[in-house]
Design a protein around this ligand. Structure first.
Ligand code: SAM
Ligand code: DTB
Ligand code: SF4
Length: 337
């Protein structure tokens, strides 16, 4: 087994980016097979539980109050709506349900309401994930007690490029939240966005930050910027597919045991491009017709692709007995039609 390292230098990472494409993909696929079934994919469904009017100024985001997007803002969703969405996600075959809120950070009062949501979703035997912004240490402890499985908090980009993207919270703020989440024993989901105008060295530097955390995040989302009209990032030059696939492959090589998540931006990708991402070591996706506020591929198209590639869907950790994976892809495809 390749050993897990957290002492990667930028020179080493840049050298991986510079490899001939076929050599890079071969290396990534070889390491992928040491730790994972190469034909399995984990799927999570997202729900925005509190949409818009966010005080942060993230330059890519439809939900920032600083950006003039046409998004309708909404209050925290009631528990019954969260439950019905989670049931639908479970029926459609998701193993994890991720609830996102457009907050800088949750208040303790908000957190108690979200904890009720975590409990009802967990009762459906779905894994739970939250993304609510920054968390204090006591808040992460409270979430752990409530049984939360994963917390998503992205570094978003390199420390060097960060100031071009966000000014209302620091890189160190983000690292502190990750330390609190890890310290409470919650699984960490952390990655970033590419295609925001950063260069290859920034992509290497972002992956270095993630790979050199004391423990690698269990889940590493690699988002391709979704260009939202009214945000400062709208109209950015689009990132080439080859550069995107290289980033996935390098993430796989640096963090061999982590799920690398092919995240936002899939509506812009062909089936062949997504297949190449899976070959490069991506082994999880967001599944469902919507991400938080923007479109995602239709569920039935995703199921058809998974089936055509001969892949199977991973089960939730405590839901192994219910439906064998192979049957599940067929069942989900039927449900989606
Ligand atoms: N408000 C919380 C926060 O920022 O920590 C949680 C929700 S936020 C929408 C979660 C992540 O989604 C962001 O950190 C960012 O990486 C990603 N994201 C948001 N808008 C995006 C876009 N337009 N394209 C790609 N990724 C995006
Ligand atoms: C992540 O890295 N990507 C997801 C999830 N974590 C929360 C969100 C993508 C959001 C894309 C833009 C939107 O739909 O608002
Ligand atoms: Fe707010 Fe999160 Fe969007 Fe930033 S990414 S503006 S913190 S919802």
């Amino acid at each position: 087994m390749t050993i897990l390292r957290n002492d990667w230098s930028l020179t080493e990472i840049n050298a991986l980016f510079e490899l001939p494409f076929n050599d890079l993909l071969f290396k990534a696929q070889t390491i992928h097979r040491e730790y994972f079934d190469p034909n399995a994919v984990q799927i999570s469904t997202l729900l925005s539980i509190k949409t818009g009017a966010c005080p942060e100024d993230c330059g890519y985001c439809s939900q920032s109050s600083k950006n003039d997007t046409s998004l309708e803002k909404e209050k925290l969703l009631p528990l019954d709506q969260v439950l019905s969405n989670a049931k639908k996600a479970k029926e459609a075959g998701a193993s994890r349900f991720c609830m996102g809120a457009a907050w800088r950070n949750p208040t303790d009062k908000n957190l108690e309401k979200v904890i009720e949501m975590v409990k009802v979703v967990k009762d459906l035997k779905l894994e739970t994930c939250l993304t609510l912004g920054m968390l204090t240490e006591p808040q992460t402890k409270r979430l752990k007690e409530a049984g939360l499985d994963y917390y998503n908090h992205n570094l978003d980009t390199s420390p060097e490029f960060y100031g071009n993207v966000i000014t209302t919270r620091t890189y160190q703020d983000r690292l502190n939240t990750l330390t609190n989440v890890r310290g409470a024993g919650i699984n960490v989901c952390s990655g970033g966005i590419i295609g925001m105008g950063e260069n290859e060295n920034d992509r290497a530097s972002m992956l270095q930050q993630l790979a050199n955390l004391e423990k690698h995040p269990e889940s590493v989302p690699i988002n391709l910027l979704v260009q939202v009209k009214g945000t400062p990032m709208y109209g950015q030059d689009k990132l080439g597919g080859i550069d995107f696939v290289r980033t996935i492959a390098v993430a796989r090589l640096l963090m061999p045991k982590s799920h690398v998540r092919l995240s936002a931006g899939r509506t812009e990708m062909s089936d062949e491009m997504q297949a190449l991402c899976f070959f490069a070591g991506a082994n999880s996706i967001f599944y469902g017709d919507k991400l938080l506020t923007t479109d995602n591929p239709e569920s039935n198209d995703d199921m058809a692709l998974i089936k055509r590639l001969g892949m199977k869907v991973e089960q939730a950790a405590d839901d192994q007995e219910q439906h064998p994976c192979s049957l599940k892809v067929d069942k989900m495809q039927d449900a989606a039609h």
